[in-house]
Design a protein. Structure first.
Length: 144
């Protein structure tokens, strides 16, 4: 009996382009689907130690919704590294100014926190509106 596990080689990886429409969908649901596609977990050739994921374009981020009372209570925090350098932004402000950043942070948090996750995040494109500049890649619409 053959007890070897199939592992894909780097030159065998095939990447596709997918579009996710975030309009009237919860932010987290869109982000989990994007993270799954970026990691390549939807493929039968998924390999945990390689970046086998596809490219993802998320459109209509400004129309994504936050359920419950998150719009008023959720706070995004980051630190500059200096004393007293904590910056806070409410979800309401973040969605008003840069909805792309809110979506990017949601997806980033669902990817591995190592070099593999950083490599996967480079294949994500996020747009506030319905227009995107990746028509040449012939992206497919991913329904979920």
């Amino acid at each position: 009996m053959n007890n070897t596990t199939y592992s894909i080689k780097k030159n065998e990886i095939e990447r596709k382009w997918y579009i996710l429409d975030a309009a009237n969908k919860p932010l987290g649901r869109v982000a989990t689907e994007a993270a799954k596609l970026l990691r390549g977990k939807h493929k039968p050739t998924f390999t945990p130690n390689l970046d086998v994921g596809d490219h993802v374009i998320i459109i209509n981020c400004s129309q994504a919704i936050l359920t419950g009372n998150k719009l008023n209570q959720k706070v995004y925090r980051h630190h500059s590294g200096y004393i007293g350098g904590m910056k806070e932004t409410s979800a309401k402000d973040m969605f008003a100014k840069t909805p792309e950043k809110a979506m990017m942070l949601a997806v980033k948090g669902m990817l591995p926190h190592n070099s593999l996750g950083r490599q996967s995040l480079k294949k994500l494109r996020v747009y506030a509106g319905s227009e995107h500049e990746n028509q040449a890649q012939k992206p497919e619409i991913w329904n979920f």
